[in-house]
Structure formats: structure tokens, C-alpha cells
Design a protein. Sequence first.
Length: 659
Amino acid sequence: MSTASLKHLFSPIKISKLEIKNRIASTGHDTYMADKDGLVGDQLIAYHTARAQGGVGLIIMQVVGVHETARYKDKALMATDDSCIEGLSKLAEAVHAHGTKLFVQLFHPGREVTDWINGVKRPAFAPSLSAQERYHFIARPLKCREITEIVQGYADAADRMKRANIDGVEIVASHGYLPAQFLSEAINHRTDEYGGSFENRVRFLREVTDAVRSRVGADYVVGLRFSGNEENPEGIVEDLAIKAISAVEKSIDYVSVVNGSSSTLGAAIHIVPPMFYKSGYVAPFSQRLKQAVSIPILLTGRINQPQDADLLIANGQADLCGMTRALICDPRMPAKAKANDFDDIRACIGCNQACIGHVHLGLSISCIQRPETGRERKFGLVTPAAKSKKVMVVGGGPGGMKAAATAALRGHHVTLYEATSRLGGQAQLAQLLPGRAEFGGIITNLTRELELAKVQVVKNTQVDEALIEREQPGAIIFATGSKPRWPSSFMYEPDPDPQSTQAVQAVDVLRQGVSCGASVLIADWNCDWIGLGLAEHLAKQGSRVRLAVNGMIAGETIQSYTRDAMITRVLQLGVEIIPYARLFGTEGNTVYLQHIVSGDPMLIEGIDTLVLSQGGEPNDELADKFEGSDREFYMIGDCQMARTCEEAVYEGMEVGWKL
């Protein structure tokens, strides 16, 4: 594919009088990179600058609060006084240096207050008395005086953005936030001029857009972000969305469309849709909207490949495409696509693990495939090593691959040894779980990194002490992974009686296709993707599946949007989830569990196969032989402690920098 075939994606576009060099946008997303005072600092500037350097046409920065009642968490960026201007000006200057335009989102969450502030729950506000299901707030109604102040706050914040040399603002009315709450008949029960008829319910949004436009002038870009379908019973649906957008079209210059809402667990999945959703899945709505409005439409919704984005624009379903996670994963994606280097693009796999997953943990965002993201000030520019070494990497999983590529880029002579015929380690198994085939993309992407770094790869070779002695490496990186854990407290004796329960490891079900019979119990100690994925896999094969998790909820340790999507899938297949369950033992065809809080026994009878998903034990035997020796060696990933792909890749990058 040539650049000419992406002519739509790389053609400039005008929004009002502002020209944007291409149709690729990084849409507004929380980064958790505000400094301690809730202002734009060096880390956030470095993050966005990396994407501007990579060729993105438009960056829409995360939300800034427009009123003190919009402060939804600690370290939220606020635009309620002039202290925000200095940092925003520095960001604008850094982004503009690379020909990229910069917008900022103007925000009030209403009842969607996601966090405690200074250790306490602050009041949440809504058009009417309103119970928020997801965060368990009962929001109090806004007074008319407060509504007037908030509208003024939007205008004041927009003025500060203009004074900071930001190119435009985007009013956030998506995902069930305050403007959408006024529009919803299920939430807005007011009897004054802001409630009742559509004209009254849209009044708040009209006042906001008019106030912003009046303050910034006719030539300054004002956009709107809106959910076409909020995907929840109280939420906005497509017809109402189109009607509301049309009602304020004269005051705005473009609209950014998404799906979902913050207000329920099911609707929130669409805020950052995981890999179960197809690319561009919001496009049918944007296509409808284009028939109703004449302003440009920015489309989002799992668009992670430039070819897909170009096709959406060519088909008239969008004018620009939001490719936020694609840019988190590879900030140079636009430049690579424009140069026809498609094989070099590190494609997002939609795992949600280190991007939105980090935000929900209160951490700066990153990417499991590219841990440099969010750490640009330390790892953003590869520097040559002071002295070139001969480096041996033992193990070709994601951690070993990243370590090898990083070390080679720094000038070392690197050979990667893999015992099997394929690279990828346990990522090979992860991609076999239902709906998670894209996870295998991490293998493809890291393999390309090895090729570009010119790492020598030796497969089907088991490294031992003798090989190390022959090769005499200057440094060894052990990335030998882990093996499935068999709990020492688990009481189990294999029984030749065909009526008795057989116990097998989860990896053997995936790798060897072990037959599990009609009735299966999965003992899930990790509470991660494996238990839920196996439950779906076996239920689709026709087994009755029970998933016993050693935690409060299945998928407890994984990002909530991914977890909730997976729970939905298994429940629809009839899987029974048993929480608070510790594996104890088996006898005959009965599996014995123990309640992890009360200690009470839990008996599950009639089980053909017990599938163990009990975590892993380090494969550290080879590394242990070098303890106390003079050799320079490092251990990364699961051979230190069994964790996730994210830790393995990060430690691989980190040790590559240390060498």
C-alpha cells in the first residue's frame, strides 16, 4: 500500500478557518500526568510532544474543569483561574513546533464524580436528585444560580484556552456528563426552564455553546463531543443525539462522536472499548449524523489502523478519525504510514491494560507494548551505550524480545535464544482465548522490533551452562518465564475411576486441547483473563462451566472495561461464577472449596474436570546457577515472579537501558 492509497487520511482539512495537516486525531483522554498542583507540567508536555513529533494532525488534550463543582478527582486539570495558562501555553508551543494543532476539552461531570478528593467524597451535582449507579452517588439538584455560574465557567475557561494560544476547545457532552444529564428525560426531572420539553432540556447545552462562542469569537474553533448511543436505560439514543447536535450546530464547528456512558458498568465499557469490539464500530451512527449536519465529524471507536481510518473517511462516514490508543502504542504511526512503513507500525491490540488500566489505578498512562509511553522524559530517546557488549538473552517471550531489541538499539551485539520453534512465550496462549486473537499482535510487533534492531535470533535451542561457557557473553538476560503452579495445599490423588474428577492445568487445555467433559469447574486463583477466557472457551464447546474465583469477582485483577465485557460474555453462555472460593481438594467427582472469608466449606458435585488456573512459579533454575558468580546477569519478567506481560516488557526495556 502506498501513501497515495491513504490520500483521504493524509489530506488536510479545515475546521472553520483552521487548517489541520491530516485527518488523524488524538482525542481527549485522561493521562494522570497533571503535576501536583493539577496543572500542565513537563511530563504531560513531553507526552503530547512525542505524538506531535510522530506526525499527528490534531491533539485534543484531556478535560479541564470549568467550575469548582467540576473537580471530579485529585489532580484534575482545572481552568477556573489564570494559573492554568502558563503550562498550557508551553504545551501549545511544543505541539505547534511540529505543525500539529491543539484543542482542549471543557468539562463538567455533573453526577459522574469518579473519585474521592483529599480523602473525602465531595458532593455530586445533577439537574435533578439523581442516583448514580456506578459510583454510588445520589447527586443533589443544581440551583439556577449554580447553573448560571457553570455556564459562565465554560466561557471563562474557553477564554483562558484562547489566551494560552490553544487552537480550539471541545465541549464535552458525551458519556453521560452534565450536558447529557440535562438532555436525559430519565435524569432531568426539573419543572423550571431547564426541564420538561426538549427545548427546555437542551437549554443548558445551548447556553454553554452560545456563551463559549460569544466569548471566543466567530473564528475560534469550538467543537462538541457527544455519545450517539449511551448504551444504558437512562441514556441518550441516536435520534435524541442527532436532534441535540442539530440544535446547537450553528454555535459549533465540528462534532466528535463516541458511544457509551460513565453512569453504568455496561455502558462504561464503550469509553475505551476493548478488543472484543470491531474497528470503527460507531461509524453507522456517524454516517446517519452526516446526513443531518453540515459540520465536520470526528469519529472514534477502536480505530487502530491507518488503512481502516482512510476507508472510513473515503466512505463518507467521517471527516477525521480519533486514533488515540493507536498513538499511545506508537506515537510515530502517522509518520510511518505516510512513509509507507506499514510493517513498522506497532498496532494497538486493545488490551486496555496500561492505558485506561493505569488511569483507574491512579497511575500515568503507558502501553504494555511500548512502556516508553508516559515515560518519555526518561526513555523517550534511545542513547548509545558507553561500551558495546556481547549480550545473550535467554527466552523469547515478550520480555526477552523487548530486552533484546532495546539492548541492540543501544549498540550491543545481541543474540536471543528461544527453546521452542516460536517466539512469544505465553502470549501465544493468550491469543487462543475467545475474542483475544489480537493479543497475538504483541508477538508480531516485537518480532518487527527485533528485525529492525538487527538482533540475531536462535530458535529450538535450550540454553544451558555449557552453551553460556562456549559463547562467553559479556552480559546475560534471563527471561525464562514461569510454569503453572500446582498448589502445595491442594489435596488431589489421580483416580483411575472414570467417574472421578480429573485435574488439569489451564495451559494444557489451551495448548493440548485436553477433553474436559460435560461438567467443568475452573479454579481461578489469579482472577484474570485466563479463568474468564477458559470459561467462555469451554462453554462454547458445550460443557457446563462453573468458574470459582479466589476473589470478590471474576477478573478482579484486570482492567474493568475488559473484565465487564468478559463477564457479560460468559454469563450469556450460562457460566456460573462462584466468588470467594479457595481450592481445597477433590474426592470422587466432588471438588471441595473453602470460602476465603468465612472459612466455610463449599462442595461442588458432579465435576468431570477441574481446570487449574493457579498462577505461575518462576523458571529460575538456570539463573540461580550464576548466583555468586562474576558474570553480569539480569532476571526479568516471570522468572523473577509470575506477573503479566506488562511487567515483562517493561523490565526488558529497563534492563536494555541499564546495559
